[in-house]
Design a binder for this molecule. Structure first.
Ligand SMILES: Cc1cc2nc3c(=O)[nH]c(=O)nc-3n(C[C@H](O)[C@H](O)[C@H](O)COP(=O)(O)OP(=O)(O)OC[C@H]3O[C@@H](n4cnc5c(N)ncnc54)[C@H](O)[C@@H]3O)c2cc1C
Length: 486
């Protein structure tokens, strides 16, 4: 029995085989993918990760690396065959080094994003990577998905905030690339290869992260806009005035914010503009003072109101109000989960094409899927939208919550492929990406293969074969297993 061999090499309690306790590790956050692991194994150190990988090599067992299990593409969910092991890094939580002068922090892969943010604050610095799942999502998961979030506009995504990596390879060796350098052109960039590879090329065990100076003043506002076209013009205006001080620009349509009022009324959108209008959350951060941040934000909004780009605006008067604006934005995802199943999207487009994309795709959906509703929201400042599509409202009218979920679920099941085709064809036609920040996992693996060129797919497969020739690292994620291809 191969698991016995593994148990004998690890401390007591490291190998979980009680299936009744698998669920938190076997089901993804959206409850779309339900895996059945052989076991869940917890590593507490780099050498334990090595032991586990070597065991997997010997016995040809697939390993599914997992951090906080907050990923939204099914990347951390094992197969249903009962033959893969979830390798949880959640017990690797050491802060290895703090260097305030180099503005870096070196951490184990299982440290959460929130912990790094708090550590940076204690150093008087900022770790700007931020997303709603910050309390559970781990640095290993953030880097493996090249996570984005709400501050990419100013600070870049996870890749831009990682200076060095430590990785356990598929052969069980350790690559120590924990360099805190901002410049290093000594050959192929292995760090960039592992970042965003979703656990299919190596297991990230540690990272050197870049920290930034903390802004002295951060001001937040909500502005109502007619549509995405007006929002893009507002973005241009805001960047023209605030430049790099514009640190957040989030877009939300009424179909995205209305469910917040229903399921989380304490975080509902404040009275602003017309109910049919969308809104934008703007954040300006200034290195010198809150007054300067306010001045820039007010200048953006005043001009936008005068020119009709915005129809109404509210500037947060204190931290509580600013938090309330962000709570609205952060609860869009939770409220949509409460509202029922949708076809989820994570697309990116050149900002110059965003408005045209929204208009053209909405028209196509109306033509092919009458009544379907695009609950569109996202990090518009990065050209990244979650153009999620929900069932026609009438399908849920008068139904209990359970019956409504069932009806919406049935609609999604029946129409998901068709809706995806309409939206993704349009994305690709307009030179966009079908996965901006959530990765491919198993949710978008086949979609990516559909749109990428044969040469790109072949290069990716050759990399996979070179680094993981036995295919033990996160099998069937990002690239479909050769045995499963049609
Ligand atoms: C409410 C909510 C809001 C979110 N908002 C955003 C957002 O704004 N932007 C965004 O980008 N994402 C967002 N996400 C998605 C998610 O939080 C991120 O993808 C996050 O980076 C995943 O971290 P994790 O530790 O939970 O990874 P997991 O879900 O555990 O794993 C994700 C992938 O990384 C791999 N992996 C995990 N750890 C390692 C490791 N140490 N080595 C190698 N591979 C590993 C897994 O195999 C899997 O393929 C959101 C999720 C939720 C639930």
């Amino acid at each position: 029995m191969p698991l016995r061999a593994l148990e004998s090499r690890l401390p007591p309690g490291a190998v979980l085989t009680d299936a009744s306790r698998f669920e938190p590790y076997a089901v993804d956050w959206r409850r779309k993918f339900f895996g059945r692991p052989l076991a869940v194994v917890f590593a507490s150190s780099v050498s334990e990760v090595q032991e586990i990988v070597r065991w997997a090599q010997t016995h040809r067992v697939g390993l599914v690396p997992q951090g906080g299990n907050t990923g939204l593409s099914g990347g951390a969910t094992p197969s249903t065959a009962g033959d893969q092991v979830v390798l949880s890094l959640s017990r690797m939580t050491r802060i290895r080094e703090r260097d305030a002068h180099n503005k870096t922090i070196t951490v184990d892969a299982g440290v959460t994003m929130q912990t790094v943010q708090d550590e940076a604050e204690r150093l008087g610095l900022l770790f700007p990577l931020d997303l709603t799942a910050r309390g559970s999502a781990t640095i290993g998961g953030n880097l493996s998905t090249n996570a984005g979030g709400t501050a990419v506009l100013r600070y870049g995504n996870a890749r831009a905030l990682c200076l060095g990596l430590e990785v356990v390879t598929a052969q069980g060796e350790v690559w120590d690339g924990l360099r805190g350098l901002r410049k290093d052109n000594t050959g192929y960039d292995l760090r960039d290869l592992f970042i965003g590879s979703e656990g299919t090329l190596g297991i990230i065990t540690g990272a050197v992260l870049a920290l930034h100076p903390r802004p002295a003043g951060v001001m937040t506002a909500l502005a109502s806009v007619a549509d995405a076209r007006a929002a893009v013009l507002l973005l241009e205006r805001a960047q023209g005035i605030a430049g790099a001080n514009l640190t957040g620009f989030e877009f939300m349509t009424p179909l995205a914010t209305d469910p917040v009022a229903v399921y989380f009324p304490q975080f509902a959108k404040p009275s602003l503009g017309e109910p049919s209008e969308a809104c934008v959350l703007l954040e300006v951060s200034h290195p010198e003072s809150a007054q300067e941040a306010t001045r820039q934000l007010e200048s953006v909004l005043q001009g936008a109101l005068e020119e009709g780009l915005a129809t109404d605006a509210l500037v947060a008067q204190n931290m509580t109000q600013a938090k309330a604006f962000w709570n609205l934005r952060e609860h869009v995802t939770f409220a949509s989960a409460e509202d029922g199943p949708q076809v989820k999207f994570d697309i990116a487009l050149p900002i110059s094409s965003l408005a045209e994309f929204c208009e053209a795709t909405t028209a196509l959906l109306a033509q092919h899927f009458p009544g379907a509703r695009a609950a569109n929201f996202g990090h518009l400042g990065d050209g990244n939208l979650h153009f999620n599509v929900a069932a026609p409202e009438a399908m849920g009218a008068g139904l209990s919550r359970e019956a409504r979920h069932e009806a919406f679920g049935a609609y999604v099941k029946q129409n998901e492929d068709g809706i995806r085709r309409v939206v993704h064809d349009q994305v690709v036609k307009m030179n966009g990406s079908i996965s901006a920040e959530h990765g491919l996992g198993q949710l978008r693996r086949d979609e990516a293969a559909r749109y990428k060129s044969p040469i790109e797919m072949d290069l990716m497969q050759r990399l996979k074969n070179a680094l993981d020739p036995l295919g033990i690292l996160n099998p069937n994620k990002v690239l479909r297993l050769p045995s499963e291809r049609a």
